[in-house]
Design a protein around this ligand. Structure first.
Ligand code: CAA
Length: 418
């Protein structure tokens, strides 16, 4: 029997446990009491309970399946079901719509904790919450929210369909087109590298309704699989192999006019604003991954002796371990700070880009070092350490490559200093 995570935590919110010593996530609290003087890794009772609950779920339910899912390149349906049962697929969604009505940082904590055990499961939860649910919560009409959010909280996986073969970083150059036909839109085109798409039932599709307007013709549509979305190809990948990544084809896909989300021609703004938030999610995934690799490798260095002493106590290795701990801590602070700024209603785009960029750098570095620290053992598939390194490579690619993050940061610096 799974232990409900957020659902178990929710009553705490309602019963106003007093006194709430601090708040990491509650903007209400921060506004009322002035600037928080807490350290960045201080959490509310609710967040701490959530972290412990997700840790248990990740260790007990996900952990035993990680290797098999990686080898089979397939997500175990019981894991997907478990994510929904735990309340982890509607973290910020209102209770009215079946969600946990929790904070953005709660989503970040869940993504981080899942990634410590399996970055594939983490990204499934991340895309569903920080991209798909958030688009509905922020941009959909009340009717659309009433229709779609309960399904996304309950049991239907969501997918965010933006990238195409010729538009990755240049996302607004997308070629998928939508044409009005009475009270419907007809969508034609293809999407590539779409996370969650093999298991998903609800798809957010970005298509251009008026290419003469350039990116200001991009519009977001919601469609279901049974409307005729074709899963054309499931990619075989280096890492996060249990997370599905597919090519989708839309061949005269007929979508009701009521399924436009956020307004005609506003899809580009909606996509990038959501990605700004989503990048904190990927930062959390990479942070969790780095910590997972560290946790798996470091104890081994103190149990394995060579030349009469534990290998982790040789200065050459001890200093590497210390530096890796600093790397992880810096990524943690950048990630939590970006999340806190978002919750406080401050600007966070530059901070999110920094967190995403840096977490992906250190995830790759630490997981690579973890293999070297554990030697032959880490290089085999048995310990799962090499998997963290394979999984880390995607951090510099999706939700904006490292160069896109640097470009975003550079634009802010130029504005500030010129
Ligand atoms: N935040 C808010 N608005 C932004 C923005 C940002 N970070 N970057 C650009 N914009 C806005 C600009 O303000 C401008 O809008 P207005 O015309 O209304 O003023 C518009 O976007 C175009 O701006 P630019 O000409 O500067 O932008 P561009 O065309 O050169 O590139 C971009 C814009 C496509 C957003 C690019 O910067 C980018 O981020 N590319 C990466 C795309 C990406 O992240 N894809 C992820 C796919 S989904 C995924 O990966 C999920 C998964 O699998 C896990």
């Amino acid at each position: 029997m799974l232990r409900p995570a957020l659902r178990a935590v929710k009553p705490l919110r309602a019963s106003a446990v007093a006194p709430r010593a601090r708040t990491f996530t509650s903007t209400r609290h921060v506004r009322n009491e002035g600037p928080s003087l807490n350290s960045l890794d201080t959490f509310s009772d609710e967040e701490q309970m959530l972290r412990e609950s997700v840790q248990r779920f990740a260790t007990d339910i996900v952990g035993p399946k990680v290797r098999e899912m990686d080898e089979k390149e397939q997500m175990d349906p019981t894991v997907v079901k478990g994510l929904f049962e735990q309340g982890l697929m509607g973290i910020e969604t209102s209770a009215e719509h079946g969600g946990a009505e929790s904070s953005f940082t709660s989503a970040i904590i869940a993504i981080e904790e899942l990634a410590k055990v399996d970055p594939s499961v983490s990204v499934m939860c991340d895309v569903h919450n920080t991209l798909v649910n958030t688009i509905f919560r922020k941009y959909a009409t009340k009717e659309q929210q009433d229709k779609w959010l309960p399904q996304l909280s309950e049991n239907k996986l969501g997918s965010f369909c933006l990238s195409e073969s010729a538009s990755g970083s240049d996302a607004f150059a997308l070629q998928t087109r939508a044409k009005k036909d009475g009270d419907h839109w007809i969508i034609n085109g293809s999407k590539m590298w779409i996370t969650n798409s093999y298991e998903a039932e609800i798809f957010l599709i970005f298509a251009n309704i008026d290419p003469s307007k350039g990116y200001k013709g991009i519009t977001c549509f919601v469609a279901t699989k049974d409307m005729g979305i074709q899963i054309a190809k499931k990619e075989q990948k280096l890492g996060i192999r249990a997370s599905s990544t597919c090519t989708l084809n839309f061949d005269d896909l007929k979508v009701p006019a009521a399924n436009v989300i956020g307004g005609e021609g506003l899809g580009y703004k909606l996509a990038i604003e959501i990605l700004n938030e989503g990048r904190i999610g990927i930062a959390a995934q990479m942070l969790g991954l780095a910590q997972g690799a560290f946790n798996a490798a470091v104890p081994y260095t103190y149990s394995r002796s060579q030349f009469g002493q534990p290998v982790g106590t040789f200065q050459g290795m001890a200093f590497q371990i210390a530096q890796a701990a600093i790397d992880i801590e810096t990524a943690r602070l950048l990630t939590y700070n970006a999340a806190r700024r978002k919750e406080e209603g401050k600007s966070f785009t530059k901070e999110a880009a920094m967190a995403k960029y840096w977490s992906s750098v250190i995830a790759q570095r630490v997981s690579g070092q973890a293999i070297e620290w554990t030697g032959g053992v880490g290089f085999t598939r048995e310990t799962g350490i090499e998997k963290f390194w394979r999984d880390s490579k995607i951090g510099a690619i999706y939700e904006g490559t490292s160069n896109i993050q640097l470009q975003t940061i550079a634009k802010f610096i130029q504005k500030e200093y010129s």
